[in-house]
Write a protein that binds this ligand. Structure first.
Ligand code: ADP
Length: 631
């Protein structure tokens, strides 16, 4: 073999070797401008690459500057260099290459030319980019989630902790990564618990869930955590990953729900008890009346019992309805200028039976009519009646109840103090909560639904006021202090401007039609009206009522609203549509006295709207008011 042949063969072997490991081999001039040779498995079409402008033809514009920089540096230092950059491929698409160029030096060390090779790394780059995209995505999630996320290696050291966890620890990544729980300040029992859990997950390959309190940068909070195995490619547990959620608020909410549920159950039990209590005496009184020949005394006694007990029940139900209305914001105050004296007198009158029953001494110290405020007199009296009733109820017989009022600056301050059983300090914050009874039944035998004070508080707040409780403790009496905004002298009305009370002139022999599908209710109301000297006719449905309108010719019609078939509204409209019905005084009787119901009643043509059970005195006033106007 000639030397020339041997050289050619060696060159061919060399080229084969290079092209086997690269896609392209090339030779370029020392200054890199001229492409002298280009060969190999082509992802560029060699014939299309020009010799001089090869760089622009081949290298992707966005990468040219960087690659030129590398070339210049390599030329200056006469060393081999690598670049990864984008190129235009033969099919016009953009791909990635890894190019390595080696300088060939002459005897003086000058660069003769560069020899290089390039491989297509588009696939690898694509995978890398996908990986980086995914990583960015996961990072976005892990950084922004409110949960804490972390990974332990099998030495129980943290190899990852997300932003949230670092914040909770109050540490930087550098301070935390590579440490275990104990080194990060976990209490020993807590660290030991996680150590056990990690070992368990490695052994069982199953997740572990738990709940734990922890004192971190945000104070002591309760955390719910889930630890899961991270499997390696061959299926063995390689690490343990965890996510932890702050459940403090949820726990508190759960606690208060459980508490509310318990109170509701207690309330229902108490309610049943409270409603049943008055029924026994009523039933006894009815028996008394049914007895062969009731004497005048026993009739009077029975009447008083029924009256008292019914009043008690009505109050219970009224309170209940008031609370629910206030809770849903349906109570409208009828505000007017009122004198505190009047409000308190009304309350004292209403609470008198309870105070007398307890044989209590009552001390009242309220300035004259000069103390004025703006408010709903009935509602304000209700507040003080509640406080007085409680004082009477929670004071053993023969105690002292003191009611004092005074003006302090722009406030009116009313205190109701008793010498009774008092309220323990820890129970005081709860007394204004709905359905709260702070004295267990077995210690104090009293009635009550735990509504009164909650109602009083809400009513006082509706008047822009405040109520608080004071007691030195159990057995040491209680004091409730109500503060309300006073009216200044300028706002107060001139003397003598109090509205005149119209004298009611009793009217006899009114013709009254009573309509109610509840026969007992209709009949008993009819009897009551007869006692008032009215002429009464009773109907149990709307159609009969319309007949009676023509035959009986009532002046007044009392209509129940909720009736099957034709309801009270419809009946009122029909009555109003007749010739005779135009001037009849129409009174609606409903279980609901809400503003909406009153509006509906007025729209249907009613003149008056009364809530059941009707207070006979109020009814009598309504009947006679029209009477005196008409007379
Ligand atoms: P109740 O219908 O049970 O009286 P309240 O809301 O009026 O409901 O009162 C709530 C609880 O506060 C009562 O059950 C009682 O334990 C306590 N309480 C209220 N007033 C007094 C008082 N004057 N003295 C002692 N305890 C009181």
């Amino acid at each position: 073999m000639s030397a020339e042949q041997a050289l050619a063969e060696s060159e061919a072997r060399f080229r084969a070797l290079v092209t086997a490991s690269a896609d392209v081999v090339y030779r370029v001039s020392a200054d890199f401008h001229e492409l002298r040779q280009l060969e190999g498995r082509m992802f560029v079409e060699a014939s299309t690459v020009p010799n001089r402008d090869w760089f622009e033809h081949y290298v992707y514009p966005g990468d040219r500057e960087r690659v030129r920089g590398a070339i210049h540096e390599a030329i200056g230092r006469k060393v081999a260099f690598d670049t990864e950059h984008r190129v235009f491929r033969a099919d016009g698409t953009v791909g990635w290459v890894h190019a390595r160029s080696v300088p060939m030096l002459d005897a003086e060390g000058g660069i003769l030319e560069w020899i290089g090779m390039a491989s297509d790394i588009t696939q690898r780059k694509r995978a890398e980019h996908e990986f980086q995209d995914q990583r960015r995505m996961y990072e976005a999630i892990l950084t922004n989630t409110p949960d804490l996320a972390y990974v332990w290696n099998l030495e129980h050291r943290f190899i990852y902790a997300n932003e949230g966890l670092l914040r909770m620890w109050g540490r930087t990544w550098e301070e935390a990564i590579g440490r275990n729980c104990l080194e990060l300040g976990y209490e020993p029992w807590h660290a030991a618990m996680h150590d056990r859990e990690i070992d368990q997950i490695v052994a069982t390959r199953q997740p572990v869930r738990g709940e734990v309190p922890f004192d971190g940068a945000f104070g002591r909070r309760v955390y719910d955590y889930l630890l899961v195995p991270v499997f390696g490619t061959s299926g063995e547990v390689e690490a343990v990953a965890g996510t932890t959620r702050d459940v403090t608020e949820r726990k508190q909410l759960e606690g208060s729900l459980i508490d509310a549920d318990r109170r509701k159950d207690e309330f229902l039990a108490t309610l049943a008890h409270e409603l049943r209590n008055p029924l026994a005496p009523i039933r006894n009184a009815v028996h008394l009346l049914k007895a062969g020949n009731p004497t005048g005394d026993s009739v009077r006694m029975a009447r008083e019992i029924i009256d008292r007990q019914v009043n008690h029940m009505v109050r219970l139900v009224d309170d209940l309805m008031d609370v629910s209305r206030i809770t849903v914001g349906q109570v409208n105050l009828r505000n007017e200028r009122v004198s505190l004296r009047r409000v308190i007198d009304d309350a004292l009158e209403a609470a008198a039976p309870a105070i007398e029953a307890g044989n209590h001494r009552l001390v009242v110290d309220v300035p004259g009519a000069s103390l004025q405020l703006e408010g709903d007199a009935t509602r304000l009296s209700q507040v003080f009646q509640n406080l007085l009733d409680n004082a009477a109820k929670y004071t053993p017989p023969g105690g002292t109840i003191t009611l004092r009022a005074e003006q302090r600056g722009e406030q009116i301050v009313v205190s109701v103090r008793d010498s009774g059983i008092g309220i323990a300090a820890d129970a005081q914050p709860r007394v204004f909560e709905l359905f709260t009874r702070v004295h267990p039944n077995d210690r104090i035998k009293t009635s009550g639904l735990g509504i009164g004070l909650s109602l009083a508080k809400k009513l006082v707040e509706l008047h822009m006021g405040d109520i608080e409780v004071r007691s030195e403790g159990f057995g040491l009496g209680s004091e409730f202090i109500v503060t309300l905004p006073a009216m200044t002298a300028a706002q107060a009305p001139a003397p003598g401007a109090e509205p005149m009370v119209t004298r009611i002139r009793p009217d006899t022999s009114r013709r009254v039609l009573v309509v109610d599908d509840n026969r007992d209710a209709a009949e008993s109301l009819g009897m009551l009206l007869e006692l008032e000297q009215c002429k009464v006719s009773v109907a149990y449905d709307g159609l009969r009522a319309l007949e009676l309108l023509e035959t009986f010719k009532p002046e007044v019609a009392l209509l129940d609203i909720g009736m099957p078939g034709m309801d009270g509204y419809e009946l009122a409209r029909r009555i109003r549509a007749t010739q005779r019905g135009r001037d009849v005084l129409l009174v609606a009787l409903t279980g609901w006295g809400q503003a909406d119901d009153k509006k509906r009643a007025a729209e249907a043509g009613f003149d008056e709207h009364l809530t059941k059970p009707v207070d006979p005195e109020l009814l009598s006033r309504v009947l006679h008011r029209r009477g005196s106007v008409a007379a």
